[in-house]
Design a protein around this ligand. Structure first.
Ligand code: ADP
Ligand code: MG
Length: 546
């Protein structure tokens, strides 16, 4: 790039700093490891929770890796890359975030040792890539197909174990499986789930066991008029996305009224118009109307007189969900409303949940969208239940779509570790060292599970390796009784995709970080942006002291 051995000339803004070579590498590795270490203690059923307090004093208590990393205000660039691992994991698999981050941290830690032994980072990267590719292939061999709801429920239970929702995992797992079964679509053998079709409403108060799945929709709304029926059976629902009001003109118009008769007839005109709208709803055969916009007071009165159940200002997303659940179509102009547009439900009912009224639209035939109401004693409990539920329903959907699961509890990682060591022997050279390092790094999962369960990590790993050497390939960490045991008979199961993605994204990120040998950061590139250019704080330049 540079000729004649001349020193390169950088023309950069004053204050730009550059950290290079080994120093850049070790700084990046240290930052990434620090992030991984921060979530390590939460891994597994016996993992601890973290209490996160933001600058506003708001508190989140969670065991969820993705949430912890999301809430942490991190500026260090390499650390941010590790957080990306968690995000990717969360997006694709809904679970395994802590595992992915912990693996990435361990891969980097192992590379540090290799770099010490003068193995070049590019060789390490190549070895890691080979190992990850091999591991992906091996995973397929360890997977077994799942078809039953029982297996799906076990997958959900594994994801929920150790969360604060763990005590009711059976109960929540059942909701997850039923929800996924209702909204899953199958086309040409291709299975697909849009999790947006599982609408979650949380309401604080009551107990977790008061949570329910509804073959329909729950709206956090009450009927507009108390004169309306509180419930109806065989609901025929009009879905309207325009206001049931007198149309307002775009321009300011004034009407001059010169005598009282004119006023009366003007008002009568308005009344007739509104009555007309309500009659159109009635004529279509609807006994309920959900309106995305407002409903005029007078129209409310007519609707209530007609015995029609009405809700106003429903959310747009709720209208879409309603349409999917009830089979009705959303109508803009009431003139166009006909019987075919109506959605159907066995029952529409207003119920008092906690201290507010909610509307339950249930018994929708062929509902392609369902709702889950999550309850819990306090706000923190409901929030954590929500996160647990998202994990549970996420893994069940992944398992349902892919149809392949693996045994958990670190069993698959122990098996891969063993197989990769054998594979490394055939590679030779320094890459072999990298593949061996990769193999050892994967053991971080069973080791951490053991540590977090209060077991002796060394003894447990030795026991684990022994079992695998004897061909007991489903052996993992028994976090409850200590030692190791068969994870298949313990029904600790997770989707293959979760493990595969965790290994892949951890490897990619480790490789990316390892390949960096120059960090050029401009001053003031902290989260504050351009505003704090002149603050001159040594640590603000994107590379704060560790
Ligand atoms: P992540 O964010 O990676 O999902 P978790 O805290 O949910 O982290 O822990 C997941 C790990 O816990 C997985 O390796 C899983 O196999 C393991 N695990 C879950 N249930 C059990 C169990 N009953 N016994 C042993 N390991 C378990
Ligand atoms: Mg998990």
């Amino acid at each position: 790039m540079y000729t004649g051995g001349q020193a390169p000339i950088f023309i950069m803004k004053e204050g730009t700093t550059s950290t290079r070579g080994r120093s850049a590498q070790s700084k990046n590795i240290a930052a990434a490891k620090a992030v991984a270490d921060s979530v390590r203690s939460t891994l597994g059923p016996k993992g601890m929770d973290k209490m996160l307090v933001d600058s506003m004093g708001d508190v989140v208590i969670t065991n969820d890796g993705a949430t912890i990393l999301k809430e942490m205000d991190i500026v260090e660039p390499a650390a941010k890359m590790i957080i990306e691992v968690a995000k990717t994991q969360e997006q694709h698999c809904h679970d395994g975030t802590t595992s992915a981050v912990v693996i990435a941290g361990e891969l980097l830690k192992r590379s540090e040792d290799l770099i010490e032994q003068n193995v070049h980072p590019t060789v390490i990267c190549e070895g890691f890539r080979l190992a990850a590719e091999k591991a992906t292939g091996l995973l397929e061999e360890h997977g077994f197909s799942t078809d039953s709801n029982e297996t799906l429920a076990e997958v959900a239970k594994t994801a929920l174990t150790g969360k604060s929702a763990g005590a009711v995992k059976e109960f929540l797992a059942d909701i997850c499986v039923r929800a996924v079964n209702s909204v899953g679509q199958e086309e040409d053998g291709e299975r697909l789930i849009d999790l947006a079709d599982i609408k979650v409403e949380k309401k604080q108060g009551g107990s977790i066991r008061d949570s329910t799945l509804i073959d329909g929709i729950i709206l956090d709304k009450e009927r507009v008029h108390t004169g309306m029926p509180r419930y109806l059976n065989d609901a025929n629902i009009a879905l309207v996305n325009s206001a049931i009001e007198v149309k307002k003109t775009e321009v300011d118009a004034k009407i001059h009224i010169t005598n009282p008769n004119q006023l009366a007839s003007f008002l009568e005109e308005e009344e007739n118009y509104l009555r007309g709208l309500v009659e159109k709803i009635q004529a279509a055969g609807a006994n309920a109307v959900i309106c995305q916009k407002g409903i005029d007071d007078l129209a409310q009165h007519y609707l209530s007189k007609a015995g029609i159940f009405a809700i106003r200002r429903a959310k747009k997303s709720d209208m879409e969900a309603l349409s999917k659940a009830t089979g009705g179509s959303v109508v803009t102009n009431l003139d166009d409303l006909s019987e075919e547009d109506l959605g159907h439900a066995a029952r529409i009912e207003e119920r008092k949940i906690g201290d507010s009224n909610m509307t339950f639209i249930t018994g929708c035939p062929e509902a392609k969208s369902v709702s889950v109401l999550l309850r819990g004693g306090t706000e923190h409990v409901v929030d954590e239940i929500r996160r647990a539920f998202d994990d549970g329903v996420g893994v069940v959907s992944v398992a349902w779509e892919d149809g392949t699961v693996l045994t958990g509890g670190g069993s698959v990682f122990a098996a891969l570790s063993r197989e990769l060591r054998a594979y490394a022997e055939g590679i030779g050279g320094r890459e072999q060292m990298a593949i061996e390092a990769f193999a050892s790094a994967l053991e971080v999962i069973p080791r951490t599970l053991a540590e977090n369960a209060g077991l002796d990590p060394v003894d447990t790993i030795i026991e684990l390796r022994k079992a695998h050497a004897e061909g007991k390939s489903h052996t993992g960490i028994n976090v409850y009784d200590g030692g190791v045991s068969d994870m298949k008979s313990a029904n600790v199961l997770e989707p293959l995709r979760v493990v595969e993605q965790a290994i892949q994204s951890a490897t990619e990120t480790a490789v990316m970080i390892l390949r960096i040998d120059d960090v050029i950061s401009s001053k003031g590139m902290s989260s504050g942006g351009m505003g704090d250019m002149d603050m001159g704080m040594g640590g603000m330049g994107g590379m704060p002291p560790m």
